[in-house]
Design a protein. Structure first.
Lengths: 403, 403
């Protein structure tokens, strides 16, 4: 049995806070602001040089969210508020098409490049403006979050619209992505949405994830299932993304905590553990990016690579699970993930983290930000982990752990 | 100066013929036929087990082409003709939508899974039925090839139709894929199309590739350029695919040979060499899959992996260049590519080749066929290489080479 003292939690808390405030946030403060045209640069090399100036809506929104959250939770630094509104202004001016849907990408000046085919752009926009409305109280921001959320609900049955290439009725599948994001988004918009809308969404999403996407016989969450949750023996149906499953699980534990559903918390912890056992690379360490349910060759060539975000999401899932249950399996996996992550992803030389490693753990792409990696998973993870460590530190005196 | 004797060419010819007829063709003959529902399985493990039964139109068509070509060029084996028509029947029955466009994917029984959004499905269908009409003289097959080709020409300005997600007029780019495939397809349909259509297409395609996609200052062919051939400093504009460039170059040499354009042949050889120098991994050997024109991090996580088809296409480009010019740079690169390829991709235990290696040359996906790898690049390459070696063998007596 490991001995967990107050000092253990303080020491981890300091690691996360330091990395957040001295290594990660300064990186984005220093290199990502486009002072000429507004918005953020997200394509940044290892040492912060801009290598592409396109503006991807997911990442623009996520950075607004991050700096709003920092402002709300880590000291009301005016500079953080300015950075958040700097991105929000750009998004407000250029981000939406005529019908209010959010584009996928803009050029540096804000001209649309890619049509609003991707409903996750809308999800991250609602998340960004929701958080910004929370810290500023600005009704303009609240309104954007609200109408965007409404738009998501209206589009949710057919999110890709005319861009959907699936032929109807041959193999109807539902994808985890949207219920998964909604489970988090609804809580993010707690201060804006009606209580009954929230509860209805949470229950619907919880039901889908637990009863349709989760497969007890495998102990993991699938990415795509049939309309009644049945397994589809196809590339999409067999597709496993352990990091995505783990992120889903801490969203689910947030819902369970809010609803006081202790059964779901315990179940969530069990699935966290079985997902980690399923997704961990026994030979080189780290979590595989993609796997195949039947162990067949996955479709994606990058399947065996180690990406930053699944590891952060896994750490959150473990620490949240430990915080809520004191289950030592969670703590042991947490330490294993922390050690792998700190050894492989963190770049103490230039700040922020590398995002893309080979299976063996070598840096595969020398970047800190790109088309898909921005100011989001790392700072969000560090914020959550340091707050959880702070809570644990406070409880450390009277802690009982389950071996 | 290397000494190239008749025996050298005979020995390579035997290697390719043996690999084709003893290792590659039997693999597909033995494992790929769906005798129950028609068409081919292409998702095959290293030893030939079927791990997915979906039928991807690109690969169905390419296998029809391969067995038709074998029948036409490597002895009129009835079994090959049967295998070709086995796939063609399935395609004829299930492959097209109402307007005659070809779907992207069907399920095992032939029900459409993915809409006809991808014009390359049509290109490979025209290629398949064109070759089959050549060996059988069947007017039904000729008609399918002809109408499909007509359909491609009509769709070529807006190939993705309503599925095109690019916002109009912000950053208009043209993609190499279609002119590149057309440069080969037109020659494949030589026996079907009118002479003037062929010459017009060949000249248009040649002009586009040489004057717009090829960039002399870099010595390489780009994948996406502006409407007047200008370089676009964007992910798409900087995207380099050395193997695709090399495949384009041997298509171009075929046109140059047909038109007796010796200047273009020499130019083609120079670009082959500069592309190989650009795309070769000096540390681990092999050709990178994707690169960035400015050396920035590419968007694709699999950028540094080594794939089978770029290496085969590179070998064809080198040997064709050598055959047409006796330029020893081509021969030296050819040998280097052959050695890398034979050491890393060829699987003499179960036949066919591995397709996907890590940067370091380890097998990354244990498959012989999948959603994108079927019965095509390996047998096509082996057919072309062995025929070229046979020609060289015949000329070996009076050969002068340029050092």
């Amino acid at each position: 049995m490991l001995s967990l003292t107050k000092e253990t939690f303080i020491s981890y808390k300091n690691i996360y806070q330091d990395n957040l405030l001295k290594q990660t946030v300064p990186f984005w403060e220093n290199y990502s602001l486009d002072k000429e045209y507004g918005g953020y640069f997200t394509c940044l090399t290892a040492n912060g040089n801009v290598y592409d100036t396109d503006k991807f809506i997911w990442l623009q929104c996520r950075q607004v969210w991050t700096f709003s959250k920092l402002y709300g939770n880590f000291g009301a630094d005016k500079n953080w508020l300015e950075i958040a509104t700097h991105g929000a202004d750009f998004l407000e001016n250029y981000g939406r098409g005529k019908d209010g849907s959010w584009y996928f990408a803009l050029d540096r000046k804000g001209h649309p490049l890619v049509q609003p085919y991707n409903i996750f752009s809308d999800c991250f926009a609602a998340m960004a403006f929701g958080q910004l409305s929370k810290i500023t109280g600005e009704s303009r921001y609240t309104e954007i979050a609200k109408t965007t959320f409404q738009n998501i609900l209206e589009r949710q049955e057919n999110p890709k619209g005319k861009y959907n290439k699936a032929y109807p009725n041959t193999r109807e599948l539902q994808n985890l992505g949207l219920p998964m994001i909604l489970s988090n988004l609804v809580l993010e918009l707690d201060h804006i949405l009606h209580g009954e809308v929230i509860e209805q969404q949470l229950n619907s999403v919880k039901d889908k994830i637990v009863n349709q996407f989760y497969k007890p016989e495998y102990g993991i969450i699938l990415e795509n299932v049939g309309l009644n949750g049945e397994i589809s023996d196809s590339f999409q149906g067999r597709h496993i993304n352990p990091g995505h499953g783990l992120e889903t699980l801490w969203f689910l534990m947030d819902i369970a905590e809010r609803q006081g559903d202790s059964e779901l918390i315990l179940k969530g912890v069990d699935i966290v553990i079985s997902t980690l056992e399923y997704g961990w690379d026994g030979k080189y360490g780290g979590l595989y990016y993609f796997m195949d349910l039947k162990g067949s060759p996955p479709e994606q060539l990058e399947w065996s690579q180690k990406l930053w975000w699944p590891h952060i999401e896994a750490m959150i899932a473990c620490l949240k699970g430990f915080y809520l249950t004191r289950d030592m399996r969670c703590w042991e996996w947490f330490v294993k993930l922390h050690d792998y992550t700190w050894e492989h992803f963190v770049d103490e030389k230039y700040g922020e983290w590398f995002g893309y490693l080979t299976r063996e753990g070598k840096v595969n792409l020398e970047l800190k930000g790109g088309k898909w990696k921005g100011c989001f998973h790392v700072p969000r993870g560090l914020m959550i982990l340091s707050l959880l460590m702070k809570n644990l530190e406070e409880y450390a005196g009277n802690m009982e752990c389950k071996a």
